[in-house]
Design a protein around this ligand. Structure first.
Ligand code: NDP
Length: 478
């Protein structure tokens, strides 16, 4: 406890918002990232999420299990007194040994792949960046190293899945769907365990005490995390592991399991299910292909590891990001050919904007601006910031290409892709549209949070940037 407590005292002794040291030009001294102090509004949001998020997941999954994914039927039944939240809860299948064994094997397998098989794919795949890579500079000024082998883990897992489905038949390809609700309990056990462990670890044996943040509010610290990059040993990085695997590797397997269930139930797989599988698989593969780039995104280089990431990655992501596939098992929709094409084009256009915008920023940062964006030399704003050790660092904010049109067109592309998954499910029910509503809230909140952080980090330079690129998500609109 000694070292963490020491850091806490040093940090909380600093008056909030009036950081010592020069900040007007360079932003606040090592004081970007999540908040040091919690306002009542943020605290209320945190408590609300802690109390409601598990029930939101439960509600949607049970709506499918008991009401064919019809949210309005659930609400109507509750309204008419034919059901109550308690009766729905009582009908939910409980935890089973089968599900516990499946989940324990799954997580163990992913840990083994992550820890024991160093990346070799980068030696064979041209353009792919894997193996040991450096993350971004933390507020305390550290640069962590990561073993990037997510693509390899994804490939091994899916090759084994295909080998089982077509050759070995050790288990049914519908195994995930068939154990879906018992698996929900297992993922919750892991999600809460890992978040609680990370919380306690931050007090007892933090990995980098200089990068811990304590607000003195237990709910906020539990949810938003205290440690920045908790690790066990040199390489087991909580954020990289839980963000990427087991949730995102599972995403495509879950969808395949839904497709297999459709085949089993109806004798065929609908074009909407194929579209959802293909578009989401592109997104997942993109994530793993760009895992090294991902080290520079907000999740890894700004967020602390708490319940938000720990529970969110174990439970929220696999259950709610796959709602479309689940819906299509209960409501097999065959889209007309023009509609199917429209969904595909929307999904691909969204993906193109998302990927190109992210690529432009990455290329620009990697080459220090010595590159071309849309065939021209990039324009940018020079800026500087200070880390907690007082050192001044230079940086650049791109103002051309997608980043000249709006400050977060990568989010806009992501939202278009998300909309495509939803419209693939037709217009019959609300449930598949939860994803676009959620993503819109998530990315809007993220945009505002990130801009607040950048403003703290870059100070006046950030103001020059927002004056040069005045729109956030939609040029000339927002
Ligand atoms: P960004 O990749 O947009 O990263 C934001 C950071 O980039 C800023 O904090 C700043 O960091 C830097 N930056 C901002 N503007 C510029 C600029 N003009 N030029 C150069 N650098 C700039 O955000 P995220 O990490 O949130 O998202 C990455 C992707 O992941 C997005 O496409 C998003 O849609 C997706 N995503 C998907 C989620 C999902 O659940 N499906 C969840 C979250 C994200 P610095 O301090 O280095 O200057």
């Amino acid at each position: 406890m000694g070292s963490a407590e020491g850091v806490r005292k040093r940090h909380t002794a600093r008056p909030s918002g009036t950081d010592t040291g020069p900040k007007a030009q360079n932003g606040q001294l090592g004081n970007w990232g999540r908040a040091w102090e919690v306002d009542w509004f943020s605290l209320a949001g945190v408590v609300l999420l802690l109390c409601t998020a598990p029930f939101i997941v439960f509600f949607f999954v049970m709506a499918c299990d008991q009401y064919q994914c019809s949210v309005s039927l659930v609400l109507l039944d509750i309204y008419n007194g034919n059901a109550s939240p308690l009766s729905i809860w009582n009908q939910a299948p409980s935890l089973t040994w089968t599900a516990a064994k499946i989940y324990a094997s799954w997580v163990t397998f992913q840990v083994v792949l992550y820890m024991c098989i160093p990346d070799i794919t980068h030696k064979f795949l041209p353009g792919y960046v894997g193996g040991v890579q450096e993350g971004a500079r933390t507020p305390a000024g550290l640069i962590n190293k990561y073993e990037i082998n997510g693509l390899q883990c994804w490939i091994i897992t899916h090759v084994l899945w295909a080998a089982n489905a077509y050759y070995f038949h050790w288990f049914s390809p519908t195994i995930i769907f068939d154990n879906w609700i018992p698996l929900l309990w297992c993922t919750n056990i892991l999600g809460y365990s890992v978040s609680t462990f990370a919380f306690i670890k931050a007090y007892l044996f933090p990995t980098n005490p200089e990068d811990c943040k304590f607000t003195r509010n237990i709910f906020y610290d539990y949810m938003m995390g205290i440690e920045f990059n908790p690790r066990i040993g040199k390489w087991f990085d909580f954020k990289l592991f839980f963000n990427g695997r087991p949730g995102i590797v599972a995403w495509t397997l879950i969808n395949l399991s839904y497709a297999a269930k459709q085949q089993e139930l109806y004798g065929h797989v609908t074009n909407s299910m194929i579209l959802v599988n293909v578009l989401q698989a592109i997104y997942v593969l993109d994530f793993f292909w760009n895992e090294a780039w991902y080290l520079k995104t907000i999740d890894i280089c700004h967020d602390h590891f708490g319940w938000y990431l720990g529970w969110g990655d174990c439970v929220w992501l696999p259950f709610l990001y796959t709602l479309q596939g689940l819906y299509l098992v209960y409501n097999p929709i065959q889209l007309s050919t023009p509609n199917a094409w429209a969904v595909l084009v929307l999904g691909l256009v969204g993906y193109y904007i998302f990927r190109s915008a992210n690529h432009q920023k990455d290329l620009f940062r990697r080459t220090q601006g010595k590159c071309t964006i849309w065939g021209r030399k990039p324009t940018f704003i020079e800026c500087s910031y200070r880390s907690a050790d007082g050192a001044v660092h230079k940086s650049k904010l791109l103002t051309s290409g997608f980043w000249g049109a709006a400050r977060h067109l990568n989010y806009t592309g992501d939202l278009l892709g998300a909309l495509a998954y939803c419209v693939a499910c037709g217009a019959g029910h609300l449930l598949p549209y939860f994803y676009i509503v959620y993503m819109t809230i998530l990315l809007l909140h993220r945009c505002i949070r990130d801009e607040h952080r950048c403003s703290n980090k870059y100070g006046e330079d950030w103001k020059r940037y927002t004056a040069a690129v005045p729109y956030r998500l939609l040029p000339r609109i927002f």
